[in-house]
Design a protein around this ligand. Structure first.
Ligand code: URP
Ligand code: ZN
Ligand code: ZN
Length: 459
């Protein structure tokens, strides 16, 4: 099947230029000056007035995540469908084994859970404890399973968080295997003490969630983890950076030439801690970790996106229904932790970043697609508009205006943390493997079948 996309403006991380694209089955076959490819395709899409981006890659989502409040409310089917509505065509989720469970066994279970994913997908592997067999298991993930990235948690010490000595061993084992460590950076012991003290004093509302997880505990963890990475000579990626204070150790490491990458999420750019003032119903949807910070942090993060300190934009998509949030009505520690935004990543970053001149259009593509692909070993299969790349792309209507609402979003969640946000710019077509998944807001993707992506990090 040949599909010709004519008259569009292609945007890559480096260039913006008029070109026509020919898709052959599930791959990009040619990219040529306008008019060069003759109209012999079975399907022709006129992209006059449209921008064309490589399909979005969200490097940080949690579909069907088991928690004490039940599973996060999007499974791989509903979450990937919502992602596609927003122009994201590849997801990187996580494998979180139980304690004692071999990494390969947990991977097999997770693959079965993701079998109905409509987009292509990959996983970061999360060691949740140290054991002597871990170096071999990690090696097998990197060499056999195509999983070269490992996520460790410095918070959540009562469940999946690691002790410092365990972290150091993981950094060494991953470095040895040729992989990369990514980390949720918050100093877990200090947080446990603070949150338990608040509850002991009867301070149980969501207002105490951010107070129990101050910015300095994130920055302290970032600094510590960067030190472990340096000592082990291991590439390192800080997930969901939320605060200006964390940018300092990240910048210092990057300036020293250490391989340190950073991700942020739209909520740390667009929302702030004033969201924790109000009733439980108003504030509980914003309970996520790290918490929302100050407006000054929002500004510092925008600057860090623009100057390249932060290389990727994930969402940490982890929605819960209000019923699940309500489990913590009398104890903020029990509120299901997380929020959904996989559908809004591109529209929010375009509206509030590109259109407000905070980042260029090319940086937008870099943050949402090309750099995640390069960092996590998916490039140039993904993240590129090149002959031979997968035919995953977004034909973007820069004029389309919308208002975000839980009434109209496609995520399986009865609240939307961006309720009422106005956006300009939206996908006109979303194309996956050369097939139209979404056309002018209408779902066309019932036949889609996502594939597990084996990856290799090029150091
Ligand atoms: O609040 C969040 N982020 N929930 C998901 C787990 C995590 O920390 O990434
Ligand atoms: Zn996290
Ligand atoms: Zn997360």
């Amino acid at each position: 099947m040949l599909t010709l996309i004519k008259n569009g403006t292609l945007v890559t991380e480096e260039h913006t230029f008029a070109a026509d694209i020919l898709l052959k089955d599930n791959k990009i076959s040619r990219v040529e000056n306008p008019g060069v490819i003759l109209d012999t395709a079975e399907k022709i899409i006129d992209a006059t007035g449209m921008l064309i981006f490589p399909g979005g890659i969200d490097p940080h989502v949690h579909m069907h995540l088991p928690t004490p409040a039940g599973y996060s409310s999007d499974n791989f089917l509903s979450g990937s469908r919502a992602a596609l509505f927003g122009g994201t065509t590849t997801l990187i989720d996580f494998v979180t084994p139980h304690k004692g469970e071999p990494l390969q066994d947990a991977l097999a279970k997770r693959k079965a859970e993701a079998d109905n994913c409509l987009t292509d997908y990959a996983f970061h592997m999360s060691p949740v404890e140290w054991r002597d067999s871990l170096p071999d298991e990690i090696k097998s993930c990197v060499k056999k399973e195509g999983i070269p990235s490992f996520k460790v948690y410095m918070a959540y010490k009562d469940s999946i968080g690691l002790e410092d000595e365990e972290l150091q061993k993981v950094f060494h084992a991953v470095a040895e295997a040729g992989g990369m460590v990514t980390a949720h950076c918050e100093l877990g012991d200090e947080i446990e003490t603070l949150r338990n003290d608040f509850v002991k004093n009867g301070q149980t509302t969501p207002a105490f969630h951010p107070l129990s997880r101050p910015a300095k505990l994130e920055a302290g963890a970032v600094k510590k983890a960067i030190g472990f990475a340096a000592e082990a000579n291991c590439p390192f990626y800080v997930v969901h950076v939320s605060t200006a204070a964390s940018l300092e150790p990240i910048r210092e490491a990057q300036q020293r030439g250490q391989k340190v990458f950073a991700e942020s999420c739209p909520h740390y750019l667009l929302l702030d801690d004033s969201r924790y003032q109000g009733s439980f119903e108003q504030t509980a949807p914003f309970v996520l970790s790290p918490p929302l910070r100050k407006k000054s942090d929002n500004h510092a993060l925008w600057d860090a996106l623009a100057d390249g300190t932060i290389q990727t934009m994930g969402t940490d998509h982890c929605p819960f229904s209000f019923e699940q949030k309500k489990i913590g009505l009398h104890d903020f520690r029990k509120i299901a932790n997380g929020a959904g935004s996989v559908e809004h990543r591109l529209t929010l970053l375009y509206t509030y970043g590109v259109l407000q001149n905070k980042i260029s259009l090319n940086r937008f593509v870099e943050l949402t697609s090309t750099r995640p692909a390069k960092i996590f070993g998916l490039y140039p299969q993904k993240g590129a508009l090149l002959p031979g790349s997968d035919a995953d792309m977004v034909i973007w209507n820069p004029e389309k205006e919308q208002t975000i609402s839980s009434q109209t979003h496609h995520m399986n969640c009865d609240r939307d943390i961006y309720e009422g946000f106005k956006t300009k710019g939206a996908p006109e077509y979303v194309i996956v493997h050369g097939e139209i998944a979404v056309e002018r807001g209408n779902w066309k993707g019932n036949a889609l079948k996502g594939q597990f992506l084996k990856r290799k990090i090029i150091r």
